[in-house]
Design a protein. Structure first.
Lengths: 200, 338, 643
């Protein structure tokens, strides 16, 4: 055997997608994205099978969902900010940013809790109600998981142990928030606007 | 030796093809088109199979027979242009064969839709677990009727069959006549069939529907127009009035016992609409009972009425608790329902 | 915050001391605790294989019982209810608990070794995926033994499986089994994708990875895109049954066909998820047996990728009888035929490889021949049912049963058995008996043909599927009897296989690293490999590292630490070494997480609040699993930060 390559100098952390965990998180998002896609496909299919879609009696009220959509988009500002702080390994600012994102997450959960009341239909009323609740339920599980993960990350960056690899975890957490924000947009459309615009 | 082998095979295959049921023994243009398609596909498939295996085994022989040292590795293989060309040609040939096959399939599909024309008869079939409700409508109300598990069609005329399900997914299939159509609750399906050979063709439910999916058969009886019209007129008649005292008693038993909760006999005190169980007005005109499970003879009928759940576990028809004399009367009455 | 100990590198000690130092780091525990906490992909893969084969035996016993019931008309060996549970459990077990997991098992074992890695990506997730698979399989079989086995078919059509007609918890248990097996399969798929894209040996560009690795890459992407469909569908099914939703209820705007679309959008790629790994294994066997490189590597890889893509465009061919618009049916008919082209391309390349090869016929090679005989027949019957008019006669009959078993026994199980004969020395350090292997093979070939050829005829004679008995007088009895006899011949073949394995395991572990003189990296280390796979990560200089370098000494990389489990991370396409990563130590948390996940999933069959309450222990287990125990890397210095 002959030694031809020495890897001693290679770093054992990376914040730009080089590590396996980043690719794994991306794969997870693709899986969940496929799940969303199938649910939306089911929505469109049920619509195509029902000439009198949406099935009443009332349509979901887009107001609170829209407020949440705008809110989430606005939270992208602190989210991008915290990513820059993370990449600079600025522990102090990262801690502040995490506290802020934790509060944002709590607010998002509160919004979502109220939003259920604005759907104006139960999951067991008819197929329209069922698919609307399925879509919002799918998205809500992601909000909950991301927010809880953020809280735990916040605790971790205060309690420790902190090293360069933990900053990599934080990047993924921030990117998961991107996923939560951007998947809400099509789901919001299909729950609130598709019944009004796409129906017969 | 080889000749004997081939002739046995031919005998087996021809013996296996004819029959009722059999998709390869067509009794109508629908099945005939598909049978022709089958032979074409079978022939091509067999040819491709034998050719591929022959070439494959040739390469095995070449490789296994190689005299060179089996321990040497041949890493510097020269660019094998010849093989690339052959494989390219084989792929093109594959595309060609598949194109021909798919074209033939489309052609058959078109031919099948051509088996239409204005339907001479319209039949409504509703599939239940585990029997078939057959309804012949007529503009004159009195000429319409309901029967079960057996439909009659005139020879050589297109017949429209609409298919509905009362519960789960079933499938309507008469192999000798036409391909199957799944019956999906919440949708109405329509097929057009034509039969050109007389006979009592066996149909089977072809979508798993629970405990007695295996015993959900029906018959399609194809007969000349005149016979069909006669059958239809007879079916439209109300049931026969019982004559003997035992039969009269039997009719009484029928309307007093639980039978009348599910079954209808037109023209008797048990008239009215009920979709829960087969219409019995002309029970004895059918060749089988219990959705093709048993021949329609007195012994089987008595056994069925006595204890249907034992013969077909899962059916809704309950065990019969009548005293013996009443039971005999009931059977005597049912036997009159020709 | 900084690592207190002095790092120890693999070049800090003489080469003879390296294996022991690595063993201490990579395999610190022994006994039962070692087994419960292991994150070694090889150990987990072997568990997967043993468990999958156990499910194969169970599913096979069900099949033998069904064949006995059907041997003659109107037998009363199995009641209708028992029979319906049997055929449902047979299909469910074979598809979800045997076929996919066993292919994954071989991949979990071999893919890291083939790409020159020391471990699979996300080793703890790997362990978790095994436990989830095991617990899900146990759940459904326990249910079956207490007469609560699912009875609506492995495809569980609604409304039969729905709230109105599916009594009890049978279909809920089935639907939740889907969740277990899909979590497991998706986890493994992600691990394989990440292993292949990030953890290859330096120098192993994408054009140098073995064909089996390509096959598993394609399979993993198929799993990632296909399985969400069935998870969505099965969740909708449980929801209809438990929460009174109306996804499949036509009376309230739902549609029974929605289930079929969701299921088959997954279901068709599923069979290719089973098939593609098998042809990948076969290609590897073909190459090694031919003593020359596989002909047409680019074409083979392209074919695998094409099959993966195309398999997503076929699903409606399972629904040709449902009365969908003819235009759509015609498209799916053409696409179903088209998939024969890339499949054929691979076979042509095998023929071209053996044409000038120096073929050494071993049992593995016999099973590749068995693939040709059985799978091509099955595939051609598949071309027939791709035609809509023909399918309308053949679907839901024994013609389909014949077709699926020919393609599965020929296209999946035969290469799998060949793969076991081929890689058994690597897995265990012993060789299977070639004599028993020959018996195994010939009985397999005879049994498969005797069992399934009659079924192709029976289907066209009107014998529908999923029937517990049939009437006399239809002319079906003789063919059914032949099929039953054939099934027992097949059973005997598997018995011989098991005897072969059991006997081999009693032999001493004396196998060399590369008994077949094969070209790929898994043969560049001991049989079986040490826990760390490679003492020094090899550098890949060609597609056939052990053939292009016959010196017995491959080039390798140095500079990894021995006091923690270090691996090299490379770029996706060129495989340049760019980072080091730290593999996790053995831990009990994946097992604990699997236990609480099982509790949550089983509980939610009975009440939706189990999802909420069950999520709490799952969350806690995930914290225990993921929360870092100590600082591993330093915080970067100022120079590093600005770099």
């Amino acid at each position: 055997m002959s030694a031809k390559l020495d890897v001693r100098h290679l770093r054992d952390y990376d914040l730009n997608g080089g590590m396996p965990i980043w690719l794994g998180t991306l794969a997870f998002m693709i899986i969940e994205g496929s799940g969303f896609a199938m649910a939306i496909a089911a929505y469109l299919y049920l619509q195509s099978q029902n000439p009198d879609w949406p099935l009443g009696p009332k349509l979901p009220d887009p107001m609170l969902g829209g407020v949440l959509a705008l809110f989430l988009l606005v939270t992208e500002i602190p989210n991008q900010w915290i990513k820059r702080r993370i990449r600079a390994f600025n522990l102090k600012n990262v801690r502040i940013g995490l506290l802020l994102m934790s509060a944002i997450g709590l607010a998002a959960l509160a919004f979502r809790a109220f939003e259920f009341g604005f759907l104006n239909i139960r999951w067991d009323t008819n197929a329209f109600g069922s698919i609307v609740w399925a879509l919002i339920f799918l998205h809500t599980t992601h909000v909950i998981v991301d927010v809880v993960e953020t809280w735990i990350m916040t605790a971790m960056m205060f309690i420790g142990p902190v090293d360069a690899r933990r900053f990599g975890d934080l990047i993924e957490n921030a990117e998961y928030w991107d996923f939560v924000v951007f998947t809400w947009l099509p789901v919001y459309f299909f729950i609130y606007w598709a019944p009004r615009w796409l129906a017969h | 030796m080889k000749l004997r082998y081939i002739s046995i095979l031919l005998l087996l295959s021809s013996a296996s093809c004819a029959g009722n049921p059999s998709a390869l023994d067509p009794a109508g243009p629908g099945a005939k088109e598909v049978a022709s398609l089958t032979w074409v596909f079978l022939g091509v498939s067999l040819g491709v199979y034998l050719l591929t295996l022959a070439v494959f085994f040739w390469s095995v022989r070449r490789g296994a027979g190689a005299a060179r040292n089996a321990d040497e590795i041949d890493l510097n293989v020269p660019p094998e242009r010849g093989k690339s060309i052959i494989i390219g040609a084989a792929l093109i040939a594959t595309v060609g064969v598949l194109t021909v096959l798919v074209g033939f399939s489309y052609w058959t599909d078109r031919a099948l839709t051509g088996i239409g024309g204005k339907p001479a008869v319209e039949i409504e079939v509703t599939a239940h677990r585990w029997w078939w409700e057959i309804r012949y409508r007529d503009p004159a109300e009195s000429r319409g009727f309901v029967t079960a598990n057996e439909l009659h069609v005139p020879l050589n005329e297109p017949v429209k069959i609409t298919l509905n399900s009362a519960d789960v997914i079933h499938s309507f299939w008469v192999p000798n006549i036409t391909g199957k159509r799944d019956i999906i609750p919440g949708r109405t399906q329509e097929i057009i069939v034509k039969v050109d050979r007389p006979g009592s063709w066996i149909g089977r439910c072809s979508e798993y529907c629970g405990l007695q999916h295996a015993n959900m058969a029906f018959r399609v009886v194809a007969e000349p127009r005149a016979a069909f019209d006669a059958w239809r007129d007879a079916q439209a008649q109300p049931s026969r009035t019982p004559t003997t005292s035992e039969e009269v008693r039997g009719q009484q038993v029928f309307s007093e016992a639980s039978c009348v909760l599910c079954h209808v006999i037109r023209g008797s005190p048990a008239a009215g609409y009920s979709a829960t169980a087969p219409d019995l007005t002309h029970l004895k005109s059918r060749s089988t009972i219990a959705a093709g499970a048993f021949p329609n003879h007195k012994g089987y009928l008595a056994g069925w009425v006595a204890d249907a759940p034992n013969l077909k576990p899962g059916v809704l028809m309950p065990v019969n608790m009548l005293p013996p004399a009443d039971f005999q009367a009931l059977i005597a009455y049912l036997e009159t329902l020709k | 915050m900084s690592a207190a100990q002095q790092p120890v590198y693999d070049t800090d000690m003489p080469a003879s001391a390296l294996p022991e130092a690595l063993c201490r780091t990579w395999n610190p525990h022994t006994g039962l605790w070692n087994w419960l906490t292991s994150v070694d992909h090889k150990s987990i893969a072997l568990r997967y294989m043993v468990t999958a084969f156990a499910f194969l035996i169970l599913g096979g016993i069900l099949a033998l019982a069904m064949r006995l019931q059907l041997a003659q008309p109107e037998l009363r060996l199995l009641s209708p209810d028992i029979y319906n549970q049997f055929f449902t459990m047979h299909g469910t077990t074979m598809m979800f608990l045997f076929a996919v997991p066993v292919m994954e098992a071989v991949a979990i074992y071999l893919v890291p070794l083939m790409v020159g890695a020391r471990i699979i990506a996300f080793p703890r997730l790997n362990a978790f995926s095994y436990w989830v698979y095991l617990f899900g399989g146990c759940m459904i079989w326990v249910a079956f033994f207490v007469n609560a086995g699912p009875d609506a078919g492995w495809f569980s059509y609604v409304p039969l499986a729905g709230p109105e007609y599916g009594a009890g918890k049978r279909s809920d248990l089935w639907a939740q089994l889907i969740t277990f097996t899909e979590i497991s399969a998706l986890a493994v798929a992600v691990e394989i994708v990440v292993t292949v894209f990030r953890m290859r040996a330096p120098g192993m560009g994408l054009n140098r990875i073995p064909v089996f690795v390509w096959a598993m890459l394609v399979t993993s992407f198929s799993i990632i895109f296909a399985m969400p469909s069935v998870v969505v569908g099965s969740s909708m099914l449980i929801s209809d049954r438990l929460l009174a939703t109306h996804f499949f209820n036509p009376a309230e705007g739902g549609d029974a066909l929605l289930w079929q679309h969701l299921f088959w959008f997954f279901g068709h790629p599923e069979v290719y998820i089973i098939f593609i790994p098998a042809v990948g294994m076969a290609s590897m066997i073909v190459e090694t047996a031919a003593r020359r490189p596989l002909f047409g590597y680019p074409l083979v890889v392209l074919s695998l990728i094409s099959i993966g893509f195309l398999s997503f465009g076929l699903w409606v061919h399972h629904m040709f009888a449902a009365g969908l618009p003819r235009m759509g049916n015609s498209f799916f008919s053409a696409s179903s035929m088209a998939i024969a082209i890339p499949t054929g391309a691979q076979i042509f390349c095998w023929i071209a490889t053996w044409w000038d090869g120096r073929l050494r016929i071993t049992t593995s090679v016999l099973f590749v021949i068995g693939f040709m005989i059985l799978f091509v027949l099955g595939g051609l019957s598949g071309i027939m049912i791709a035609s809509v008019p023909f399918d309308l006669q053949a679907t839901d009959t024994y013609f389909i049963v014949g077709h699926i078993h020919y393609v599965l026994l020929g296209g999946a199980v035969a290469p799998l058995l060949g793969a076991v004969y081929h890689w058994f020395p690597k897995f265990t350090g012993r060789t299977l008996s070639e004599r028993l292997g020959a018996w195994n093979y010939w009985l397999y070939l005879l049994g498969a043909n005797l069992t399934f050829a009659p079924m192709l005829i029976l289907g066209l004679r009107g014998m529908t599927r999923r029937i517990f008995t049939y009437p006399p007088g239809f002319g079906w009895a003789d063919l059914n009897l032949i099929a039953t006899i054939g099934s027992f011949v097949l059973g005997l073949s598997f018995l011989i296989f098991l005897i072969n394995v059991a006997r081999a395991l009693t032999l001493p572990r004396v196998c060399a690293a590369n008994p077949w003189d094969a070209p790929t990296l898994e043969w560049a280390t001991a049989s079986p490999p040490p826990p760390y796979n490679f003492a020094f990560t090899p550098l890949a200089e060609s597609r056939w590292p052990l053939w292009s370098n016959r010196s017995g000494a491959l080039p390798y990389a140095t500079g990894l630490r021995t006091d923690r489990k270090e691996i090299i991370i490379t770029t996706a396409v060129e495989a340049q070494a760019v980072l080091r990563d730290i593999a996790p130590a053995p831990t009990i948390w994946p097992l604990l997480a699997a236990i609480v996940t099982t509790g949550m999933l089983v509980g939610s069959i009975y009440t939706p609040s189990a999802l909420v309450y069950g999520a709490i222990p799952v969350g806690l287990a995930l914290v225990g699993w993921l929360y870092p125990r100590k600082a591993e890397a330093e915080l970067p210095s100022q120079e590093e930060k600005s770099a």
